[in-house]
Design a protein. Structure first.
Ligand code: 13P
Length: 287
C-alpha cells in the first residue's frame, strides 16, 4: 500500500539521513526502483513529473501500475507516489487519482499567491492523509521545458511557507536540475543553514540530485535535508547502457531484439545508480 512521505521523512530528518526520490518514466523504471528499494530495505519515493504523467498515459494509469507492483512484487518497504513540481491543477488531479503525496511548486508566483495556494492544499492533503511538498525560490536548470536560474530562497519566506503546515520544503540553494555546468558555484550552505534555523524539524528537500558531489550531499543532510531528488542520472545511465547494447549489435542477433532483452542492461544500470544513491543518502536498512 502506498504511504504518505511524512513518517519516512520525519524519521530521516531525526536520523540524519535522506530518502531518495527517483523519478519514473515507464514500467521498467518503476520496477527497477521498487526492486532496489526492497532489496536494500530502504524507504523510497517515486517521483512523477507532469510530462512523465502524460507520457505514461495519465495519473490513474500510474497509480494502477504502482499499486499492482506493490502487491505482485511483494514490496513491504514504505513507498510514496509523489507528483514532482506540480501545478495547482495537477495537484488536484493526482490527489483524485490516488497519489499518496504531491508537490505544489508555487515558486514562480508572488510569495502571497504561493502562500495562499499552498495553504489551501495543506488543508486538502491533511484531510486525506497525504504529504505535501512546497517550494520557495526557483531551482535552476530545465525541467519539462521550464527553465530557472537557480536562485537562493529567502529564509523568511521559507519560514512563512513552513508555518502553513506543509510536510516538506524544497528551497533553492543554488541547486540545478540536470548536469551541473563546469562553473557551478556549488550549494549555498549558508542559505540552507539559515532556512533550517527558521524551519526547525521540517524535512528539507534537495532537488537536482544528479551530479552533486558526495561531500556536499552529506553536508546538506547534516543541515536538515531529508529528501533528495534524482532524475537525470538514471536517464543518463539508462541511455548509456542501452546505447552500448545496441552498438554491440545484440539487438540484431538471435532474440536480442526482444524488448525485454533490449531494455535489460538499462534496467540493471538504473538499479545500480539507485543503490549507489541510497548508500550515499544513508537510507539502506532504514525501512
Ligand atoms: P536531477 O534531474 O538533476 O537529478 O533533478 C531531479 C529533480 O530535482 C526532480 O525534481
Amino acid at each position: 500500500m502506498l504511504v504518505s512521505a511524512k513518517e519516512m521523512l520525519e524519521k530521516a530528518k531525526a536520523g540524519h539521513y535522506a530518502v531518495g526520490q527517483f523519478n519514473i518514466n515507464n514500467l521498467e523504471w518503476t520496477k527497477a526502483v521498487l526492486q532496489t528499494a526492497q532489496e536494500n530495505n530502504s524507504p523510497v519515493i517515486l517521483g512523477v513529473s507532469e510530462g512523465a504523467g502524460k507520457y505514461m498515459a495519465g495519473y490513474k494509469t500510474i497509480v494502477g501500475m504502482v499499486n499492482g507492483m506493490l502487491e505482485e512484487m511483494g514490496i513491504t518497504v514504505p513507498v510514496a507516489l509523489h507528483l514532482d513540481h506540480g501545478s495547482y491543477d495537477h495537484c488536484y488531479k493526482c490527489i483524485e487519482a490516488g497519489f499518496s503525496s504531491v508537490m505544489f511548486d508555487g515558486s514562480h508566483y508572488p510569495i502571497e499567491e504561493n502562500l495562499a495556494k499552498t495553504k489551501e492544499l495543506v488543508a486538502v492533503c491533511e484531510a486525506k492523509g497525504l504529504s505535501l511538498e512546497a517550494e520557495v525560490g526557483s531551482i535552476g536548470g530545465e525541467e519539462d521545458g521550464v527553465v530557472g536560474m537557480g536562485e537562493c530562497a529567502d529564509p523568511n519566506e521559507c519560514k512563512a511557507i513552513a508555518d502553513l503546515g506543509v510536510t516538506m520544503l524544497a528551497a533553492g540553494i543554488g541547486n540545478i536540475h540536470g548536469k551541473y555546468p563546469a562553473n557551478w558555484a556549488g550549494l549555498s550552505f549558508e542559505t540552507l543553514d539559515a532556512i533550517q534555523q527558521l524551519t526547525g524539524d521540517m524535512p528539507l528537500v534537495l532537488h537536482g540530485g544528479t551530479g552533486i558531489p558526495t561531500e556536499m550531499i552529506q553536508k546538506a543532510i547534516s543541515l536538515g535535508v531529508a529528501k533528495i531528488n534524482v532524475n537525470t542520472e538514471c536517464q543518463l545511465t539508462f541511455a548509456e547502457a542501452t546505447r552500448k547494447y545496441i552498438e554491440a549489435g545484440k539487438d540484431l542477433e538471435g532474440k536480442g531484439f526482444d524488448p525485454r532483452k533490449l531494455l535489460a542492461p538499462g534496467v540493471d544500470a538504473i538499479k545500480a545508480t539507485v543503490k549507489e544513491k541510497m548508500e550515499i543518502f544513508g537510507s539502506i536498512n532504514k525501512a
